[in-house]
Design a protein around this ligand. Structure first.
Ligand code: SF4
Length: 706
């Protein structure tokens, strides 16, 4: 009997059925659902191949005196883990123990991990890989709109869109079924895409008569200031809406005045006339216009201000908080939304509450059966947590869940060194990922089709993940692992291994919070009814948030003035001053990283999927032919990239789709090909602690052909 569930990969959470009947790999089929309408991308179609994969972990692995990982019984593994947690705490205090989570974990696991860290371990040291995804967009939405729900409206609202500004997002590759929601806007020539590369999404846009703005990486903020300048200067702003629904216009306007299109062109490389055309295209109708951001503009050290500039533009146009128009961010990881709502993040408690808020602490502590004063305060963001690994005052004993920071975290080489310096590293995964290779203990856990739980999609809709097949006998659910560890540690409160029990507790813990799940019962979920948060007990869900009022106390959105760093000299004929000096060293190019259709995140899963691996077996460095010729680099030749953080090697792929001053490297690959050995952490976004992924100065050197 086929089981109705959802894809394990990205935040679109395409609906599918999984039929294990018959020999071999369970059969996947797309299922009709509003977000994907039966469609799946290649990753979704091949997702079941990993269930019976020969490299699947089926027993705990403990590193022995010989330095090798060897199978041990679960009781041995858990006893040892509890012992190491206790030893680290006794020797160095509770903050010496840490947890690093993931944005693909179910809501139940993300919730329980946050509780486990604070209650069972007594540590504030928990954060997750979503910090590297969209924490800046979340910070911007909270600051400007008073609420962060990736898309504050259902995806299907976009079906009627007439104009869409896509900033740093390439859904034609990263979530192909999403693109059909843009069809009307595309057909009417209403797509505007901001991307330093000519991507699959850009080609669709151009075919429809839309506009591609191709800025120098790292200049998105200036580009957005330029668009806002045109909107204001050309009388396109919605003054009535601004008066009714926002505050701060008077503080915003002075900062926009200086960014006339010709000046913006000097900084971004985007022709002034094209910028004007884009602004007028977005303003030609209020109804049916949307502004959507993606990682391309968010994964910067000024990511929060850049996302804020996108929201300011949307507010000037009068789009957010109305039916039929709006602003949103396209969440990437499968449960990137739910993962950041329920306590896996260093500064948050369940229900999207601040851990520094006394009322929130009291509410959650009561649900957990502990005293509020026993809960630790805010922890440190992921970059800081990983930077301190193995150091005095840093984490000495780390548990990594559903994440592969050796490939996915910035300055991956330093992360690898940090993991080696730990007293004890535990990794829970279903494959021996590159991070697991450094572990003292590896715990084999369940894959998506073997577990029960809920996920929250990019539109804030809570979905059931269903068990369709039995797991291998030796694999265990993280909820069971936490229950066993809590018992061994003598933790207060309860840690139930049953997802339904944990979900019920999550409902109570989230009640009254911004992400209130208290009314999302199992009966509702099972009925197939759309369950959008906030959904208070006894009330109804909220497909469209912010319609009547924004999330701030006065109900208004805030226009927050933002400006490029050290922007004063940007009109000089020389290099634009706001850009990081490293980008302008003679001979350097700007590296931008991103995703391919065939792979997901650090590639732990998709690099093990036969057809995906055979089509995309290794990293390729996208480089403009003129740039390559100048450096003596042939198509297909190996190239060494060097950045302050480290080096990487990839074969060149010559393409006019990338700017001559820019190179692109996907971040799905490990070892020498790891793009994140080049991305640094010397600076992070001051509001969200987002490091820089999209604009890194690199030098290139052709290597001898092999
Ligand atoms: Fe899965 Fe995302 Fe592809 Fe849909 S678009 S099939 S959710 S990876």
């Amino acid at each position: 009997m086929p089981t109705a569930t959802h894809c394990p990969y990205c935040a679109l959470q395409c609906a599918m059925t999984l039929d294990p009947a018959g020999p071999g790999t369970p059969r996947v089929a797309g299922r009709d659902f509003p977000t994907n309408r039966g469609g799946l991308c290649r990753k979704g179609w091949t997702s079941a191949e990993l269930l019976g994969h020969p490299e699947r972990l089926t027993a705990p692995l403990l590193r022995g005196p010989d330095g090798e990982l060897a199978e041990v019984p679960w009781a041995t593994a858990l006893d040892r883990m509890a012992h190491e947690f206790r030893a680290a705490r006794a020797a160095h205090g509770p903050e010496a123990v840490g947890i690093f989570g993931g944005g693909s974990l179910t809501n139940e696991k993300a919730y329980q991990l946050g509780k486990f860290a604070r209650v069972a371990l007594g540590t504030s040291r928990i954060d997750y890989n979503g910090r590297f995804c969209m924490s800046s967009a979340a910070a911007a939405a909270n600051r400007s709109l008073g609420l962060d729900r990736g898309l504050p409206f259902p995806v299907t609202d976009l079906d009627d869109a007439r104009a869409v500004l896509l900033l740093g997002s390439n859904p034609a590759e990263t979530m192909p079924p999403f693109v059909r929601h843009l069809e009307r806007a595309r057909a009417e020539g209403g797509l505007v895409v901001v991307d330093p590369r000519r991507t699959a999404t850009v080609r669709l846009t151009e075919e429809g008569g839309g506009v591609h703005l191709q800025p120098v990486p790292g200049t998105d903020l200036v580009l957005l200031l330029g668009l806002a300048h045109v909107v204001v200067h050309d009388g396109l702003a919605d003054r009535g809406y601004l008066a009714r629904r926002t505050r701060g216009l008077e503080t915003l306007l002075p900062g926009l005045a200086a960014w006339w299109p010709e000046r913006v062109e000097q900084v971004t490389g985007v022709p002034a006339e094209r910028l004007r055309r884009a602004a007028h295209l977005l303003a030609r109708r209020r109804e049916g216009t949307y502004v959507l951001t993606g990682r391309g503009v968010e994964q910067h050290v000024d990511g929060t201000d850049t996302a804020t500039a996108a929201i300011n533009l949307a507010l000037l146009l009068g789009l957010p908080g109305r039916t039929g128009s709006g602003y949103g961010t396209l969440t990437g990881q499968g449960n990137g939304q739910g993962g950041r709502e329920h306590g896996q993040k260093a500064d948050q408690l369940p229900g999207y509450r601040s851990i520094a808020d006394p009322a929130a602490r009291a509410h959650v502590a009561a649900v957990w059966g502990v005293a509020p004063e026993d809960l630790p305060g805010p922890g440190v963001p992921a970059v800081e947590l990983l930077r301190g690994l193995g150091t005095e005052g840093g984490v000495r004993c780390l548990w990594v869940n559903g994440s592969n920071p050796v490939v996915g975290a910035p300055d991956a080489g330093a992360v690898e060194r940090g993991l080696r310096a730990l007293d004890f590293l535990v990794v829970a995964d279903f494959f021996r990922s590159e991070t697991a290779e450094h572990a003292d203990l590896v715990l084999p856990v369940l894959q998506w089709a073997e577990e029960e739980g809920t996920m929250t999609s990019l539109e804030g809709r809570v979905l059931r993940r269903r068990r369709a097949v039995d797991p291998p006998p030796g694999a265990r659910d993280e909820l069971w692992i936490m229950a066993e560890l809590a018992r061994r540690l003598g933790a207060p409160g309860t840690f139930d291994p049953d997802p339904a029990v944990v979900r019920d507790e999550l409902r109570r813990a989230s009640a009254g919070g911004r992400a209130d799940y208290s009314g999302i019962t199992d009966e509702l979920l099972d009925s197939g009814a759309p369950c959008y948060w906030p959904h208070p007990a006894g009330g109804t869900g909220t497909p469209r948030v912010l319609l009547d009022r924004f999330g701030h106390d006065d109900g208004r959105a805030v226009l927050v003035p933002v400006r490029p760093r050290a922007a004063g000299r940007a009109a000089d004929p020389g290099p634009p001053a706001h850009r990081r000096p490293a980008l302008h060293r003679p001979g350097t190019l700007t590296l931008t990283t991103g995703r391919w259709l065939e792979h997901y995140q650090s590639g732990t899963q998709t690099r093990r999927t036969a057809s995906l691996r055979s089509d995309r077996p290794e990293a390729r460095l996208q480089i403009h032919p003129a740039t390559a010729a100048g450096l003596g680099i042939d198509d297909g030749a190996p190239v060494e990239l060097t950045a302050p953080a480290g080096t990487a090697v990839a074969r060149a792929q010559l393409s006019t789709d990338v700017r001559p001053d820019t190179v692109f490297l996907p971040f799905h690959f490990a070892g020498d090909q790891c793009a994140n050995r080049l991305t640094g952490t010397t600076a992070v976004d001051p509001s969200s602690a987002m490091p820089e992924f999209k604009a890194t100065a690199v030098t290139l050197r052709p290597l001898a052909p092999d």
